[in-house]
Design a protein around this ligand. Structure first.
Ligand SMILES: Nc1ncnc2c1ncn2[C@@H]1O[C@H](COP(=O)(O)OP(=O)(O)OP(=O)(O)O)[C@@H](O)[C@H]1O
Length: 619
């Protein structure tokens, strides 16, 4: 067959020329009536022919159709009964095509760079390089890693972050730490359902050079085996994970950035030369890639359903992430189950690397079909009807109006928090980014506590509205008292419990047992940092002389003992400590602390959630 292709290369090139000169059909890259999913992008990179492929006389079989984001693949068919060879052509729509002349920098700037601020802001960003062996995955990923290191370490991103890098390799059922001499590690699920890379080292990275040095070490330890297409073919998946910690919001989940160089799917020409072990390895790789496809597609469908949940749909796609080690490791990326009511906000980019050689079109077809199957097009649908208690039905204007009305005092700047987003889009914003936008409100009056509480309120409203919509699908439609959403109940009960003018009295003048206050702990920060919360139990002077707080300080000292002159009223408070779930708090009754009125900053409203058995901040 290869000789047939070489012998008929001139005819083939002429047929391709004729194909190209025909007017192209308007087969849009997005399919009929839909648009590309902004958080999930599938691209194709067609590498140039390599010198040995050119030397053998193979022409290119895969072409980019430029702006339309369609990849054309041609094959030359042997004539059945005499006659001349003919052309068979296939077209594959993707979200973005990069032809042989595109540089890795262009790819980075166009589709990868936006992943970095997303992870920096607390989201999960993932890039997969997929393709046949020798199609340019490692070439692409290693180039992208360099640019990524530059962006992360270049100082152009807002705020302070701590970065930790882990690089592991998955080969069959085994996992190895590529930053610790290929030491065996275990992929385990802990009792909270989180995947743990037990035994893998995390390296704190502080400079671009230290980051690149670690990437170099990992590349040198990656398992490779020669294939016909590539002398050093990677027979394993390599996962580079950067965990991004935001010290200014300790309760927020860390941002995660994954760059994944998948093991090469096999070229048919390769398979003829395999022994049993290599065949088994190839089978394992293909199985994991198949599960990966189901997970990527499943998760994209779940997100799409969320974006469109104004429709009230409760049908969820299945994401089989526990079916193989690769997807289990990437639980954060795929798990559709929310934690504390919130699903991690993910942005994913797939780069399908394509070998253009006419002799390899079978494998390239598989790669492009795989890419096509991953695409989940956002269907064109009519905007859901506005409902005041359902954030997913709000357009930008309605969202801004709600922000201004409901974000507390001072009001959070709606144009800064939601410059363009609809309600559904703002729900997908990572929490730290939401908070950071709130804090940009001019005047500096918005505190991190207010921002966090407002984020919880927004989410709570969404959860309540989803629950009540699900219930109303099966129950009587009458809106009775029993059917009020939790926020409505909270609002109405707040009206009953607090005197209407309570808001006008400064909180320090109405301190009472049970009130929750935030305070700046002077000289006793401990592990929780200086900003803390506590539930007021009593005046310090009301307890016995022997009572000491968590720091060993006598709560009610006799005259002359421990008493600092000139201090205002002091209260014994139970500490409110961050719980294991993001945004959740526990009241630790037995950990008590004395807080002076002058240390108190604001009254805080905590709301108890039966489902998670934790408290959450509300505005
Ligand atoms: N865009 C490109 N421009 C120039 N050369 C490229 C390009 N992409 C890949 N190559 C070359 O092609 C060869 C194979 O690339 P690479 O090793 O990245 O493939 P791979 O898909 O990672 O293969 P495997 O799965 O077998 O590890 C290398 O010699 C690489 O330098």
């Amino acid at each position: 067959m290869e000789q047939f292709l070489i012998d008929n290369a001139d005819r083939y090139k002429w047929l391709v020329q004729v194909f190209k000169s025909k007017p192209t059909s308007a087969k849009a890259g997005t399919g009929s009536g839909g648009s590309a999913n902004p958080d999930f992008l599938v691209s194709a990179r067609i590498r140039p022919l390599l010198p040995d492929e050119i030397a053998q006389g193979f022409p290119e079989g895969v072409y980019s159709r430029g702006e339309t984001n369609i990849v054309d693949l041609h094959e030359l068919k042997k004539p059945v009964k005499g006659g001349l060879p003919s052309l068979t052509s296939f077209s594959y729509p993707v979200d973005r095509v990069f032809g042989p002349d595109a540089t890795t920098k262009q790819i980075y700037d166009d589709i990868i760079q936006p992943l970095i601020p997303w992870a920096w802001g607390g989201g999960v960003s993932t890039m997969f390089a997929y393709g046949q062996t020798g199609s340019g995955k490692t070439f692409t990923v290693s180039g992208l890693e360099e640019y990524m290191a530059e962006t992360l370490m270049g100082g152009g991103l807002d705020g302070e972050r701590k970065l930790y890098m882990t690089i592991i390799e998955l080969a069959g059922q085994s996992a190895f730490d590529l930053l610790n001499s290929r030491k065996h590690i275990s992929i385990l699920e802990d009792s909270y359902g989180n995947t743990q890379l037990a035994g893998a080292l995390e390296h704190h990275i502080t400079t671009k050079s230290s980051c690149l040095e670690l990437i170099k070490v990992a590349a040198s330890l990656r398992r490779t085996a020669p294939t016909l297409k590539n002398d050093s073919s990677s027979r394993s998946h390599a996962i580079c994970r950067i965990r991004i910690e935001n010290p200014s919001i300790p309760s927020a989940e860390d941002g995660l950035l994954y760059l994944i160089d998948l093991a090469g799917s096999e070229a048919a020409r390769d398979k003829t030369t395999h022994d049993a072990a290599r065949m088994k390895e190839a089978k394992e790789i293909n199985t994991s890639l198949s599960v990966l496809k189901d997970c990527i597609r499943g998760r994209a469908l779940v997100d799409l359903d969320d974006l469109a949940s104004g429709s009230g749909s409760t049908k969820k796609a299945y994401v089989p992430f526990r079916h193989c080690t690769l997807t289990k490791t990437l639980k954060h990326v795929f798990d559709p189950a929310p934690t504390a009511g919130m699903r991690r906000s993910c942005k994913t980019v797939v780069v399908a690397c394509v070998n253009p050689c006419l002799a390899d079109t079978n494998a390239s077809k598989n790669t492009l079909r795989y890419a096509e199957m991953l695409r989940v097009v956002v269907p064109a649908k009519k905007t859901p009807a506005y409902e005041p208690s359902v954030p997913t039905t709000w357009n930008n204007e309605q969202l801004r109006e709600w922000i201004t009305k409901s974000s507390g005092t001072p009001p959070i700047s709606a144009p800064l928090l939601a410059p363009t987003e609809s309600g559904a889009q703002l729900l997908r914003l990572p929490i730290p980014q939401f908070i950071a936008r709130c804090l940009e409100t001019p005047g500096g009056g918005v505190s991190p506590e207010q921002a966090q509480a407002f984020q919880s309120k927004f989410w709570q409203l969404h959860i309540d509205s989803s629950r009540s919509r699900a219930t109303s699908a099966t129950a009587d439609k009458d809106k009775s008292e029993a059917k009020l959403t939790r926020m409505e109940r909270l609002d109405s009960s707040a009206d009953v419990e607090s005197p209407p003018d309570a808001k006008d009295v400064p909180f320090k003048e109405r301190i009472r047992p049970g009130m929750v206050v935030s305070y700046r702990a002077v000289g006793k920060a401990g592990a929780l940092g200086p900003k803390q919360m506590g539930v007021v139990l009593s005046r310090a002077g009301a307890v016995g002389e022997r009572v000491r707080d968590v720091y060993g300080v006598q709560v009610n000292p006799r005259d002359g003992d421990n008493q600092e002159e000139g201090r205002g009223e002091r209260y014994l408070c139970s500490m409110v400590i961050p719980a294991i779930l993001p945004g959740a708090y526990d009241v630790s009754l037995w950990r008590q602390v004395v807080v002076g009125v002058e240390e108190m900053e604001a009254e805080v409203i905590l709301e108890w959630d039966m489902a998670t058995r934790y408290h959450y901040l509300t505005v």
